[in-house]
Design a binder for this molecule. Structure first.
Ligand code: TXA
Ligand code: MG
Length: 347
């Protein structure tokens, strides 16, 4: 199958109509969102949704997020509640996904047999207009091959899915660069299953009771059931082995400089540290304090590590709170919890 890429804005109605015709005839279309690129199918069409899993090589027990163009369109597919609308008022359209009890109209392939469905209303204008023009809710996971870092550009999607899908809409680089914050709600308690650009503190503006699922920071224990099936898979991983260094900046620099002498390694360093290293395979993440920029660059850098062909990558262990929690969660899983700690940088 030939994969066509079209540059698109919300005003390119002819292109959006062509995409919508593909979706309405059971085909897949990749599209930009403000978080990462999505691989969309008609959420009412179980066969189309099944083909998402085969194109990505995704395990069938990992449910999909359903995208709507207006928060109230969730009524067609889920049982909402007052807290959902309070969250919608604060964060939709935007990078928040809310899990709600599903209505029967959503096929079980979308929800991997769960009785809940994940709802997201994207802010990206191309995504939002595409859903509106299509007139259907769109089921879409991230448009990467399963296990690879999520795509933050049309090129990333093409690299992973060329020949497997008919169309990619290119809306430029993703604004945020990590996937949406996924939450469940029960009475007035919000539980974060996957951290994103809507932070715990921002959610506390809507409900004082915000908790973080343990799998966000820790490995699932043997036999423990994941609240969100996606959390049990190794994810976001480059081919190179990623190690996170839990140490002072001085020790980080010393440790990595030694490794550079003998290893074919990439270095995810802060911009301020660039001049401290041998200028080889550096993958600067942005200024130390600029978490937004680091978030935006994260997946691109993990893909770049593979493009330049390093065997190992060393990076700082990110902070595990506030805006940085989303980076921590992605990095800790990309490195399969390989953290090198201790004041002298030993294993
Ligand atoms: O930003 C995003 O959320 C992107 C864009 C395209 O919208 N989508 C995305 O989808 O990241 P995906 O499939 O890569 O991640 C969806 C996550 C998975 O961890 C999945 O297990 C979880 O949401 N999820 C989906 N439905 C769920 C449900 N009913 N209950 C619990 N977790 C669910
Ligand atoms: Mg994904």
């Amino acid at each position: 199958m030939e994969t066509k890429i079209f540059k698109a804005t919300k005003d390119d109605l002819n292109i959006l109509k062509e995409a919508s015709e593909l979706l309405n005839s059971g085909k897949l279309v990749a599209f930009p969102t403000e978080t990462v690129y999505g691989l969309g199918a008609n959420a009412y069409d179980s066969e189309a949704c099944k083909s998402i899993f085969s194109a990505k090589g995704r395990p069938s027990d990992n449910p999909l997020i359903v995208h709507v163009s207006k928060p109230e369109d969730a009524e067609n597919i889920a049982y909402t509640c007052p807290l959902y609308y309070e969250l919608a008022k604060a964060f939709m359209p935007g990078p928040l996904t809310v899990i709600l009890p599903k209505k029967d109209i959503i096929p079980s392939e979308v929800t991997a047999g769960l009785d809940t469905v994940a709802i997201r209303c994207p802010k990206n204008e191309v995504a939002n207009k595409l859903i509106e023009v299509s007139g259907i809710p769109i089921a879409a996971p991230s448009a990467n091959s399963s296990g690879k870092p999520s795509p933050t550009s049309a090129k990333h999607v093409y690299d992973d899915l060329n020949g497997k899908i008919p169309m990619i809409l290119d809306g430029g680089d993703s604004e945020f660069g990590v996937e949406s914050t996924v939450i469940t709600i029960k009475d007035d308690v919000i539980t974060i299953l996957r951290p994103g650009s809507v932070t715990p503190k921002m959610l506390e503006g809507v409900s004082k009771k915000v908790q973080i699922a343990s799998a966000v920071k820790e490995e699932l224990k043997a036999g423990e059931k994941a609240l969100s099936p996606g959390m049990k898979y190794k994810h976001y991983a480059p081919k190179a082995s990623l190690y996170l260094i839990d140490d002072t900046y001085i020790n980080f620099i010393e440790f990595v400089k030694e490794k550079q002498k003998t290893e074919n390694c990439g270095v995810m360093c802060y911009d301020e540290e660039i001049s401290s290293f041998e200028n080889k395979n550096l993958l600067p993440v942005g200024e130390e304090k600029n978490i937004k920029k680091q978030t935006k660059k994260l997946f691109n850098l993990l893909r770049k590590a593979d493009d330049i062909g390093v065997d190992t990558v060393y990076a700082h262990l990110p902070k595990d709170d506030g805006e940085s929690l989303a980076i921590y969660n992605r990095m800790i899983r990309a490195c399969a919890h390989r953290v090198i700690g201790g004041k002298n940088g030993e294993d």
